[in-house]
Unconditional design. Structure first.
Length: 281
C-alpha cells in the first residue's frame, strides 16, 4: 500500500461530466490541491500488463506530490494553473466548441508533506486501470446524465466528438475492438459512455453525480473524498445551453439508445426521459 494512500486521491469520470469543475471546487480549499490531467497518456511507456502500468502511474502521482512539496515545476493539463473550470471554451469552429486548455508546466508554492490532500484527475486513463489503481490510492468517479454528456460530446472538439477515446482504446483492447467494429458515430459514443459506467458500477467505492455536486454546493464531493465540508460562497447552477435543431434531432432519433444506458445506481429511465423533455426532445 502506498504510504500516501490517505493523503492522495485519484479522480476519474465520464468526459464532460464536470470533473474539471470538481477540481476547481476542490482547489478552493486550503487543505487540497487538485490537478487537471497532469499525466499525458502518450508519455506512458509501453509496459506489459495493467498492473505494471498502474504501478508506473502510482509513481507518477507520487512524483507530482513531491514536486508540489518542493515547489518544483510539474506538467499540468492547463499551463494557466489550477483555476481552470472548463477545458472547452465558448468559441466555435464549424459549430463545434474549441478546447482552450493548453498543456504546460506549473509551479506552486511549496507545502509540507502532510499539509494537504492531493487529488489527481484523469478520465479514460484512470478508468482503464481502475481495479489496479485502487491498490495504490482511493479512486472516486464522477458521472452525469447521459443526455447532457452526449449533447456535449456532439458539440465539442474532443476525440469523443468523433466516437474515439484514445487513452481508453490504448489500454483497453476490448473497448478498442468494439469501437473499431461500429461504424455509426452515435453508437460509438453510446459504447464509450457504457464503458465508463460499467467500470464505475463494478469497481468504484464512491460514485458522485454531477447534478448532486451542483445541488449541494460541492458538499457531496467533499463527503465522497472524506474531506470536511467547505461552505463555499459561490452558488452552483446548471448552465443551460442552446443546441441546434440538428443536434436535438440526432438525440431524438437515438432516444432508445440513450434509454438503454439507464442504470438505477446512476440514472434511471425516468431521469433520462425527464432530461430529454427539459431540452425539448
Amino acid at each position: 500500500m502506498n504510504p500516501n494512500y490517505t493523503a492522495t486521491i485519484l479522480l476519474t469520470g465520464i468526459p464532460r461530466s464536470g470533473t474539471t469543475l470538481c477540481c476547481k471546487l476542490l482547489n478552493e480549499r486550503e487543505d487540497t490541491v487538485a490537478l487537471h490531467e497532469p499525466i499525458n497518456p502518450p508519455s506512458i511507456p509501453d509496459l506489459k500488463g495493467k498492473p505494471a502500468v498502474a504501478a508506473h502511474l502510482s509513481q507518477r502521482v507520487a512524483a507530482l506530490r513531491q514536486a508540489i512539496i518542493d515547489g518544483e515545476a510539474f506538467e499540468h493539463g492547463d499551463k494557466g494553473g489550477l483555476r481552470i473550470e472548463n477545458p472547452v471554451g465558448m468559441e466555435t469552429r464549424g459549430a463545434v466548441r474549441q478546447v482552450v486548455a493548453q498543456r504546460g508546466m506549473v509551479t506552486l508554492p511549496p507545502r509540507s508533506s502532510d499539509s494537504f490532500t492531493l487529488v489527481v484527475k484523469q478520465n479514460a486513463l484512470f478508468t482503464a486501470h481502475f481495479t489496479e489503481l485502487k491498490r495504490h490510492y482511493p479512486v472516486v468517479a464522477i458521472v452525469r446524465n447521459p443526455v447532457d454528456v452526449l449533447l456535449s460530446w456532439m458539440t465539442v472538439d474532443l476525440p469523443v466528438n468523433r466516437g474515439r477515446l484514445p487513452a481508453g482504446e490504448r489500454f483497453c483492447p476490448e473497448l478498442k475492438r468494439q469501437l473499431a467494429g461500429e461504424k455509426n458515430l452515435f453508437a460509438r459514443q453510446l459504447l464509450i459512455y457504457k464503458w465508463f459506467s460499467d467500470v464505475f458500477l463494478q469497481h468504484a467505492d464512491a460514485i458522485v453525480r454531477y447534478e448532486a455536486v451542483l445541488e449541494s454546493g460541492g458538499a457531496v464531493l467533499d463527503n465522497a473524498l472524506r474531506l470536511p465540508v467547505l461552505q463555499r460562497s459561490t452558488s452552483l447552477s446548471r448552465q443551460e445551453r442552446v443546441f441546434s435543431s440538428s443536434v436535438l434531432a440526432a438525440l431524438s432519433s437515438n432516444r432508445s439508445g440513450l434509454l438503454a444506458l439507464a442504470q438505477e445506481r446512476l440514472y434511471s429511465k425516468q431521469q433520462i426521459c425527464d432530461r430529454l423533455s427539459a431540452i425539448g426532445v
